[in-house]
Structures are given as C-alpha cells and as structure tokens.
Ligand binder design. Structure first.
Ligand code: NAI
Length: 242
C-alpha cells in the first residue's frame, strides 16, 4: 500500500510513535524516525522495520521545537531518501500541574514541543509535498484537546491548537493535493501514561480498558490511505470523549 513512499515519524523511538513507524513499514513505507534523546531505542525501532519488513529505516536526533534544527533534519532526510510523502507529527510531552501553580517554562515547553514542533515539521516538509503534488500529514492530538482536562491546561491548549493547525493546513493545502488529518487518542498504555491499573478514569471508558499503541497506529494507517478524507479528527479512545 505504501510501497515507494517515504514517511517521517516524529517521536518514533518509543510508545505510539514506534508502533506507527512499524505499522507504516509493514505497509511498505521507508521510514525516517525522529527522536529526542534515546539513540539506542530509535535505532532498535529502525532495525525492527528493516528486519521485519525489508524497508529502509533511519533514525535522526532532532528537537522538533527547534525551527533551524528541523530544517536541517528534513534536508538530511531528503538527501537520504530523495523526498518525503507522509509526515506523522507524534512527538509530544506533558508537564502537568494546576494552573494556579504552573511554571512559565512548563507551559512554554509543552506548547513548543507539541504545537510549534508540528508547525516546524509541516513548514519544512510542505515544499517537498508541493513539488510532488502529493502529501499526507497526520497530527497526533488527544481527546484532552477536544474536552480539556484539569491539571493539563498547557497540554490541552497544545493539543487543541494542533486541531486548529490541522484544519487550517487541510484547507490551505488541499488544492495542492495535500491532506492533513489528526488522530485523537484517549488513554493509551505507554511510558507517558505509566501504570494506571488503579485509575478510576478507566471505569469511564465505554470499551472498558486502555488502548494500545497499535490501535493508534491502525488509525494512522487508515488516514494514510484515505484519499478523500482531510481535516478530520479521528478519536481512538474506546468511546471516552463521545
Ligand atoms: P512517549 O513519551 O512514550 O513518547 C514520546 C516520543 O516523543 C518519544 O519518542 C520522544 O523521544 C519524543 N519527543 C519528545 N519531545 C521531543 C522533541 N522535542 N523532539 C523530538 N522528539 C521528541 O509518548 P506516547 O505516549 O507514545 O505519546 C505519543 C503522542 O501521543 C504524544 O504526542 C502524546 O501527547 C499523544 N497522546 C498519548 C496518549 C497516551 O495515552 N499515551 C493519549 C493522547 C495523546
């Protein structure tokens, strides 16, 4: 399905991003994995893509919040793979805290990584997409961006902002053959969420359990192939934000 295509997955060294990278590789895409710090983990994901699915995969250390660094990394990916067809903005962080006590740097760090990071990536890939008259952008937002969440005003603002970014990019770039969609996961078991066995929130999930990284990856694969879908926000949340 994605044979001959090149995908960038940010935050692909673990969790949801690693599952997305492997899913896209399983569909035949070459994968560029962008990660923040853990080189060994990122290289392990790339090795799994190559060994299990026979595709080319390479890891790139880059802080997505850094406009100039993203420009350089996208240029390197272009030099290595020729071009880019699919961009998945998955890199994200949390710095939770109550609004009345939230530090300025915690607000800024979350907005810079989660929202500006996606802008930086889209900004530097769009030239390639326009030249190809083809491109697909998928932003990983959150149900918290739809509904808000006490103790996560910075994170919710970043994820709601991503939805506005997604819809604006979808409208602006549709005439160029470029689609932009978002996936809004609910409560997914990863390092970010940690051990949640006793969390009372689990009872409010209609499907009765946390999701898996692979559930989010399946939604990304759907949107990668959904040629008539743009500007959509697809919830993958077991019904949580219904
Ligand atoms: P995680 O913490 O396991 O992985 C985050 C990834 O982002 C890592 O690979 C890390 O290296 C990368 N990253 C962080 N800051 C970066 C930066 N400045 N530059 C480049 N890479 C950076 O997180 P998880 O759980 O896999 O989440 C992935 C995405 O899904 C995030 O955007 C998160 O907000 C979103 N999400 C997760 C949910 C969950 O329940 N786990 C629910 C809803 C959304």
């Amino acid at each position: 399905m994605l044979n001959g295509k090149t995908a960038i997955v940010t935050g692909g060294s673990r969790g949801i991003g690693a599952a997305i990278a492997k899913k896209l590789a399983s569909l035949g895409a070459q994968v560029a994995v962008i990660y923040a710090g853990n080189t060994a983990a990122a290289e392990q994901v790339c090795a799994a893509c190559t060994q299990e699915y026979g595709v080319e995969a390479k890891a790139y250390q880059c802080n997505v919040a850094d406009f100039a660094a993203v420009k350089e990394t996208v240029a390197q990916i272009r030099a290595d793979f020729g071009t880019v067809h699919l961009l998945v903005n998955n890199a994200g962080i949390t710095r939770d805290g109550l609004l009345a006590m939230m530090k300025e740097e915690d607000y800024d760090a979350v907005l810079d990584t989660n929202l500006k990071g996606a802008f930086n990536m889209i900004r530097h890939c769009t030239g390639l997409f326009i030249r190809n008259r083809e491109g697909c952008i998928i932003n990983i937002t959150s149900v918290v961006g739809l509904a808000g969440n006490a103790g996560q005003c910075n994170y919710a603002a970043s994820k709601a902002g991503l939805i506005g970014l997604t819809k604006s990019v979808a409208k602006e770039l549709a005439p160029k053959g470029i689609r932009c969609n978002a996936v809004a996961p609910g409560f997914i078991a990863t390092d970010m969420t940690g051990d949640q066995t006793d969390n009372p929130l689990l009872k409010s999930i209609p499907l009765g359990a946390m999701g898996k990284a692979e559930d989010v990856a399946a939604a990304v694969a759907y949107l990668a192939a959904a040629n008539y879908v743009t500007g959509e926000v697809l919830r993958v949340d077991g019904g949580l934000a219904m």
